[in-house]
Design a protein. Structure first.
Length: 317
């Protein structure tokens, strides 16, 4: 009775929007502010996607991560922190916060979840190691020190991607440098201007400034020769010997050792992530579709609706 009276009194002095914020603060214990109003205007949607070995993670419109599938090392339990960027490696994942700090979770066999003491603008979780672009533009890596992985090239970079045993960085002049194991030519990046790069198991691919897709490295399963030439909107090379891309028009295509993936879903997509034996994509409507192996429920365990919808359905609302 006292709570009802308090609400009625408060409503007499505040407008409709403030009333909603006031009720929300009573339910959550968090005082509403201008940022809360701005967040409420954002349409719910999955914004980023990543796939690893038996698990996947997605970032929602509020910057919160959701993970599903493999859980033997806590891969499915991301911290309740708002992230600007999400990245998924073989058995761990990391998120980049607005202040440049990095938080990782999952397997930590080589220290891959223990970030270096810098602030970063980009980060990439890989196979037992993690690399990031520091806020000064230099590269920094931590974790498995194989074939010189912990000694990235010097220079100014804007992007980075870690694979199984090598990594590639996107330079400020739009060129690509790769390092680590290069037994199949995966570190021999071609000349050209690129806007993104993705490193896989023994193959790398670069997305050109003209939206063309160029791949190099091992081609024993068509990882290079069968890649779509473009135009490509987004591309991802997995650690299972295959890659996937969102082509112009929104269709997803996969190539290389991709038989285990089965049929690629139809529809219009905006992003795709290739893992070890499965892949996940974000539709133009902000939904998630995963396909491929499902031994850890990395496909069937994916969210089936927009962020927040499943929680509401569980409560019967």
């Amino acid at each position: 009775m006292q709570l009802t009276l308090a609400i009625m009194v408060a409503c007499a002095w505040i407008g409709e929007d403030e009333h909603k914020d006031f009720l929300r603060s009573l339910e959550t214990g968090v005082e509403a502010d201008a940022d809360t109003d701005a967040d409420a205007d954002i349409e719910p949607a999955w914004q980023q996607i990543g796939a690893g070995s038996g698990f996947a993670c997605a970032l929602d419109h509020m910057g919160l991560a959701t993970c599903w599938g493999r859980e033997d090392s806590g891969q499915d339990d991301p911290p309740a922190i708002a992230f600007e960027q999400l990245t998924v490696g073989a058995l761990h994942a990391c998120g980049l916060e607005a202040d440049g700090s990095v938080t990782c979770w999952g397997a930590d066999h080589y220290g891959e979840t223990k970030p270096a003491s810098y602030t970063f603008s980009r980060v990439s979780a890989a196979n037992g190691f993690t690399c990031g672009v520091r806020t000064d533009g230099e590269l920094g890596c931590w974790g498995y020190d194989y074939a010189g992985l912990m000694s990235p090239p010097q220079g100014i970079y804007t992007g980075v991607s870690g694979g199984s045993f090598h990594a590639c960085g996107l330079r400020a002049d739009s060129g690509i440098d790769c390092w680590g194991s290069g037994l199949s030519g995966e570190t021999a990046a071609p000349e050209g201007e690129f806007r993104d790069v993705s490193a896989g198991v023994e193959t790398s691919c670069g997305l050109g400034s003209d939206d063309s897709l160029v791949c190099w490295g091992s081609d024993d399963e068509g990882q290079v020769s069968d890649a779509p030439g473009g135009p490509v909107l987004a591309a991802s090379v997995g650690t299972g010997g295959f890659g996937c891309a969102v082509e112009q028009g929104g269709a997803v295509s996969c190539w290389g050792d991709a038989e285990a993936l089965g049929p690629v879903p139809d529809g219009s997509f905006v992003d795709v992530a290739a893992g070890y034996s499965h892949a996940c994509a974000i539709t133009a409507d902000g939904l998630i579709e995963c396909f491929g192996a499902d031994n850890y429920r990395q496909v069937s365990g994916a969210p089936t609706g927009l962020p927040g919808e499943e929680a509401l359905d569980a409560d019967g609302d």
